[in-house]
Design a protein around this ligand. Structure first.
Ligand code: GLY
Ligand code: MN
Ligand code: MN
Length: 442
């Protein structure tokens, strides 16, 4: 993908070119992409939140459009079969509008089944979508030989996509500042969450993932899923992992804040901030992302040692004996884009295969060497997780831990700092997230 052309037209032309090449290589004549269908709760008439097929969003900036299709044929404009029901119970998709309209052959339908006439094509069809999107004879076959080629390329963003992702970080940044201010004012988790939504203009429905809004010990729960309605008696620390979306592209940002009145936690936070920035700088063309993950363990080990949390062990031993994994038990990050955990992170080549995770690191989500245009998260953490600490305490290495210090720091839960970072062809990476915070007023 060409990352210097920032136009949507350029993005679409690139997709067409890649799809034509992928069709030729995999022996298909045309590609049909189903946006997906709404699904309903068992024995109920309430739909789950619609999740569009990411392949559909890749072509069109449309996120709330079930039962629509894209038809890609070599040498033709993409055909968009746009479902717009006559529905007085809900707000149907608006009339097609936006720049994309002029670049496609548009067909508007009011019944899902009416798509059939516009999907009928000669030759072998690759049909990409969830099984539930099947329409008569048009059943998704998701051919791996074609999908591998598309997923491999999707990791590297076009100029237009990078623009959406910069905007997604800019949309989230004021939310993070509003959330921090609410924390400092003593707000409850739910109040902080509402402040975030207000400042980003998002509703819960259109967030790219459920916000993690955690106070005190809750900061130790990696994917803390609740929002307490009670204000805590003492609000010591605050971890927020919250993103935003623009035209279907996500940001994924974490900040950890304290009141600044505890020297030990303050020093730990400052050390993690410094480590995170150094790790961001490791995002370079050709670097094996697994090495950034292993570098994080060495840095966390150094911090555990410098802060006096683990004593009488070298930083190297802290890593090799698995002690750093007690405090940093997740991966350093993942591909980001149309999905928060974008697909294709383990591919060995464009034809498929798997690049293994480093032994002992089961939660890493990206093992590929970095290429220009890839957007990844860099999200080191250091947590005091009771269940993992209990296991460490039962091992010989547990004798080297200052448990009184751990008990004190556990009241703050933990720290995670997460930025969205684009790899460049040469030199230092672009930090979409820090850039977004830097242009905030005041
Ligand atoms: N927000 C989920 C993650 O950071 O991967
Ligand atoms: Mn993330
Ligand atoms: Mn996150």
């Amino acid at each position: 993908m060409n990352s210097t052309d920032i136009s949507y037209a350029g993005h679409l032309a690139g997709l067409q070119c890649e799809a034509e090449a992928a069709l030729a290589r995999s022996g298909f004549d045309a590609l049909l992409i189903a946006s997906g269908v709404e699904k309903y709760a068992f024995l109920d008439d309430r739909p789950y939140l619609f999740q569009p097929n990411p392949h559909f969003k890749h072509w069109l900036p449309l996120t709330n459009h079930p039962c629509s299709w894209i038809v890609v044929r070599p040498g033709h404009k993409p055909r968009v079969v746009y479902y717009q029901p006559d529905d007085y119970w809900h707000v149907p998709p608006s009339d097609p509008s936006g720049e994309w309209v002029q670049h496609v052959e548009l067909v508007v339908i009011s019944e899902p089944g009416d798509a059939v006439d516009h999907l009928k094509l000669p030759g072998r069809l690759a049909i990409v979508g969830e099984a539930d999107a099947a329409l008569g004879e048009f059943k998704p076959n998701n051919p791996p030989e074609l999908l591998n080629l598309l997923h491999w390329r999707r990791a590297c963003k076009s100029g237009w996509e990078l623009g959406q992702m910069r905007a997604a970080s800019r949309r989230a940044a004021p939310g993070h500042i509003a959330a921090r201010d609410a924390f400092l004012a003593g707000a409850s988790e739910i109040e902080i969450h509402r402040a975030y939504l207000e400042a980003t203009g998002h509703t819960d429905r259109d967030l790219p993932y459920s916000n993690i809004v955690a106070l005190n010990e809750h900061c130790a729960v990696l994917h803390y899923q609740y929002q307490d309605t009670q204000r805590p008696a003492e609000s010591r620390s605050f971890l927020i992992d919250a993103g935003a979306q623009v035209n279907g592209y996500a940001s994924d940002i974490t900040r950890t804040w304290s009141r600044g009145d505890d020297a030990d936690f303050g020093a730990l936070l400052a050390a993690m901030e410094q480590a995170q920035l150094a790790l961001v700088d490791e995002v370079r063309n050709g670097v094996d992302y697994r090495d950034i993950h292993l570098s994080t363990h060495r840095r966390v080990a150094q911090i555990l040692s410098t802060q006096g949390i683990v004593r009488n062990m070298s930083a190297e031993a802290i890593v090799t004996e698995g002690v750093s994994s007690t405090f940093f038990p997740h991966g350093i990050g993942h591909l980001l884009g149309l999905q928060v955990h974008d697909i294709g992170g383990f591919m060995a080549t464009e034809e498929g295969g798997t690049l293994p995770k480093p032994a002992g690191h089961p939660f890493l989500r990206l093992t590929r060497p970095l290429q220009p245009g890839m957007v990844v998260t860099i999200e080191p953490g250091l947590y005091f997780i009771p269940t993992l600490l209990k296991k460490l305490r039962a091992t010989p290495a547990g004798a080297n831990v200052d448990w009184a210090k751990v008990e004190h720091l556990a009241r703050f839960g933990g720290i995670r700092i997460e930025d969205d970072v684009a790899c460049r062809a040469e030199g230092a990476p672009e930090n979409l997230t820090r850039d977004a915070f830097a242009v905030l007023p005041g």
